[in-house]
Every structure is written in C-alpha cells, then in structure tokens.
Design a protein around this ligand. Sequence first.
Ligand SMILES: [Zn+2]
Length: 279
Amino acid sequence: MLHEIAPHQYHLDYSVRAPEPGDRVLVCQKGMILCREDQEELEFPTAEVLGVTQGQHLFTIDDQSFFLPHGLGKPVPQGWALRSIQTFRYASPKHLAFAGWLGSRLSQFYADHRYCGRCGAAMVPSRTERAMVCPGCKAVFYPAISPSVIVALVDGDRILLTKYQASHSAYRQYTLIAGYNEIGETLEDTVRREVAEEVGLEVEDIRYYKSQPWPLSGALLAGFFCRLKGADAITLEENELSEARWVSRQELDPRPDSPSLTGEMIEQFRLGLDPYTQT
Ligand SMILES: [Zn+2]
C-alpha cells in the first residue's frame, strides 16, 4: 500500500526552523506539486534550487526534511514542472509519492486556516505542534483526519464490487463499498449503514482487517470484512453508484502491490486469505 514505505521511515517530528539548502521543498498548487519533469522517478527540488530561505517544516522521511516554502527566492529553473498528485498513486519511489500526498494535504490545511473560525483574526502556525493557533482567542486547529470504512462484503466465494457514478468520483475501476463515519457511530455501525444505504443489504460477522492513512482526502481508512446476512438482491443507491455486482473469486484479476487498502482487500479475498476462508 502507498503508505508502506519500508525500509524508509516516516517521522512525525515537528520543528520551527528555516529550511537548509538540502531540505526538500514541496511547491503545492491546486492538487499539483513541482517535480523534476525529465525523469520517471519522482524528485522534488531542494531549498537551494528555488532559493527558499523561509518555510513551514512538515515532516521527515529518514533524515530528509520536507518544507512548504514561504515564497521562492528565484524563478523556477528549467526542468521542473507541476505534476498532479493523482498520478502519484503508482509513482516511484513510493516514499516520495507518500511525501507528496502528505505535503499536498498539509498545504491545504495551512491554506484553509489562515483565519480563525471563531473570532476571524489571522492565525499563525504553532511553535510546538502541527497546528494553527489564533493569537486573539487562543483557539487551536489541527489537520482534520476523517475516519471512514472500506467494506469487503463476502458471500461464500463471491465478493460485492461496486463502481462510482462519474459525478461522484473520478475513480473508474471496480471498488468496495466505502463511506465516512458519522458522529455518534462506531465503525461497525458505519459498515452496516453504508452497506444498507448503498446496496440495500444486511451484514453479519464483521471483522476488522487493517487501516490506511489516505492523505489525498484526509481520510483514515479502516478495512472490514463482513458476511452477507439474508437475501442477496441488490438495491442500488444510484446517486453514488453506477453499478454493484457479486463477483466470484475466479473472476477477479490479480492486484499485486496495490497502493490502496481496497485493492489489497480484494486481493486477499482472491487468494483465499480473507477471514472466512481461512477459518
Ligand atoms: Zn480566534
């Protein structure tokens, strides 16, 4: 999965300091990041390349620090261009794709919190933690992380796959039922509600699988397997989904090294490694 970057190590350390010449700078604009354009492998410019002397420290991978720049000290040299972070899903090296997604999300967080939602004063970055603080009313705002579920609904040797309506998502492949946790719900409640809402089915035997940070949307995905309870006739929620169908294990295409929890869960089922086949 995209966040699995071993042997590289993601460190959440936070510091308030100016970028050094060798630190990497993430120039984020409308879902795009400045990258080296003449090579397959992702590369981000250093502070030295862009003449950046002021910036917001974000995080560290291994011993490499990443910053959002506060202005560029020189024009962008030839050979660098903005690239959509949507293309990072299958980009390599994976640890830089992950860094790009995180940086883009944090860039959005800082842009969204320039002013206090309580008193309207201009906010400033915290000196001690990854947050924006209001000098006026002392409110503190953290990057929002939204819990959500990915549901692999299984019935014997069949799994339920869905496709989004084009108006709902740009993702065109078969996927699993998914949705955000709502206030007052457990994650298991969310699993039951999303399956009922999207395909009109009941579930039982809910088993937690794994989680995955998904910085593209700010979600924290929690993957669950569950079994069909009762009838299998689908009632499609057509505002969100264009298709939902039962697919047998033999019909599934291999999805090795999927960047997403969804892809990994479908592959686990295809290989007979889901909790119901194993026990
Ligand atoms: Zn305030």
